[in-house]
Design a protein around this ligand. Structure first.
Ligand SMILES: Cc1cc2nc3c(=O)[nH]c(=O)nc-3n(C[C@H](O)[C@H](O)[C@H](O)COP(=O)(O)OP(=O)(O)OC[C@H]3O[C@@H](n4cnc5c(N)ncnc54)[C@H](O)[C@@H]3O)c2cc1C
Length: 416
């Protein structure tokens, strides 16, 4: 019998992890992207955190109180510039509505179902593709200045605990035992021992791509313009360079996915939350795991080749130029936690597009209106974390294997 052919649109970490799983399970798989694997989107430069217990969605009760600062303070961790208010308004309304306790509970259950085994699944994926040295499973350390600040995040920590996460509260001595160089102003730590991290998200994507090609998969450089449909079934895709035919198509184009699906009648509220990173080759400090100052909402990660400070959320769409002022805030964030850090050897900055849905739950699973069409996008702040788990969930379903996965919480149709 001929192998089932699958076209995966998008060579970010989500598309690549899916392509790898499909190929391992016997499908004939082609990945298409205008950029080299792991270079076209957010998968290139994220903070590397594998956050299996991050089940609290971004929109939590109390969100409404934060909206004025988001709109008015350009240095706020989440900022919507005035020139983008009108464009962002419909999404922000949905975002605020998603902070209702019932929606939060549903989102947390879905994220838990997806990510619970993320650490194990990434350790396994990295081993399979011959890059086990990239994944480290020694936890994440969050930092707070005082009990009052910790109390503000209590609902999120409680939600994680309710879903079985290990959340250890540390005093100053506990912080120093893990990361001795943290500034004394941070008195309380929250240690998540089951979290992991990747020392080079770019090299990880490249390793998955290389293993996929070595196993007989194909990667094509092309930008898909439209999907072709006949009699209620997708049959292929038209790119700028050529047409691509396949039995099944997976849309894994990160923040660009909604644009691709709009001509098919899908109106998916996918908004890019632009984030930045700076890398410091020689910061002169040593940490053993991601450190996250909770008041600053950035990750400081010990990457291959130096320290990475990554974070900030900025609305501004897919097409506007990056805003260097946002990236510069990351130096202040680093200095707050490590005043002794040296800023020599900085490599400039990078911006990436987090593909965000209002309820923080990605769209994963079969399209209900079109046969042969599958979705895998919208992982927001957690797409590295969710990539290997998404692939495990989706590949058997695409191949028609028995699976007990419930795709309903992840359905695109929840936005209809
Ligand atoms: C600053 C920052 C820090 C982050 N930190 C973390 C973290 O610590 N942990 C975590 O889990 N997540 C993190 N994230 C989120 C994570 O990076 C993303 O959720 C994830 O990379 C999304 O992967 P993806 O494969 O869906 O999309 P992307 O990596 O964006 O890839 C999408 C691909 O689709 C391609 N594409 C677009 N349009 C087309 C088209 N028409 N035809 C063909 N191909 C197309 C693009 O070229 C691109 O290569 C962070 C993000 C940012 C920006």
């Amino acid at each position: 019998m001929a192998e089932r052919s699958v076209l995966v649109i998008g060579a970010g970490i989500v598309g690549l992890a899916i392509a790898w799983q499909l190929r391992r399970q016997g499908a004939q798989v082609t990945v298409v992207d205008p950029e080299p694997p792991g270079e076209g989107g957010a998968s290139f430069g994220n903070a590397g955190a594998i956050s299996s217990s991050s089940v609290a969605p971004l929109a939590m009760p109390g969100l409404l109180k934060q909206v004025p600062r988001m709109l008015l303070d350009p240095a706020a961790p989440l900022h919507v510039p005035a020139s983008y208010w009108l464009r962002a308004a419909p999404w922000l309304l949905r975002f605020v509505a998603a902070a209702r306790p019932s929606v939060v509970a549903r989102a947390a259950a879905a994220l838990d179902a997806l990510q619970r085994l993320a650490t194990e699944q990434h350790l396994e994926l990295a081993r399979e593709v011959g890059a086990p040295e990239l994944i480290h499973a020694n936890g994440h350390l969050y930092l707070y200045r005082d009990a009052e600040k910790l109390a503000k995040d209590q609902a999120g920590w409680d939600l994680r605990r309710a879903h079985g996460a290990r959340v250890d509260i540390l005093d100053r001595a506990g912080i120093e035992a893990l990361e001795p160089e943290v500034a004394p102003a941070y008195r309380i730590g929250v240690f998540l021992p089951d979290h992991a991290w990747c020392a080079s998200p770019h090299r990880y994507a490249q390793a998955v791509a290389a293993a996929f090609v070595a196993a007989g998969g194909e990667i094509r450089r092309d930008r898909i313009r439209t999907l072709t449909v006949e009699d209620g079934r997708v049959t292929g895709a038209l790119g700028e360079a050529r047409s691509h035919r396949a039995d099944d198509i997976v849309v894994a184009a990160g923040a660009w996915s909604a644009r691709l699906l709009a001509p098919l009648g899908y109106r998916i509220p996918l908004e890019t939350q632009r984030g930045y990173h700076v890398n410091l080759q020689d910061a002169g400090i040593s940490i053993s795991r991601p450190v996250v100052p909770a008041d600053r909402k950035v990750f400081i990660t010990p990457m291959e080749g130096g320290l990475r400070v990554a974070g900030t959320v900025e609305f501004g769409g897919l097409d506007r130029a990056p805003n260097e002022a946002r990236a510069r805030l990351l130096y202040d964030d680093l200095a707050a936690v490590f005043p002794q850090a040296r800023f020599a050897g900085t490599e400039g900055f990078w911006m990436g597009h987090r593909p965000c849905l209002p309820d923080s739950v990605p769209v994963i699973g079969p399209a209900q209106r079109l046969r042969g069409l599958w979705f895998a996008f919208g992982h927001g702040h957690l797409g590295l974390t969710g990539s290997a788990p998404t692939a495990r969930m989706l590949a058997p379903a695409i191949l028609g294997r028995p699976t007990n996965v419930d795709f309903a919480p992840f359905a695109a149709e929840r936005f209809a």
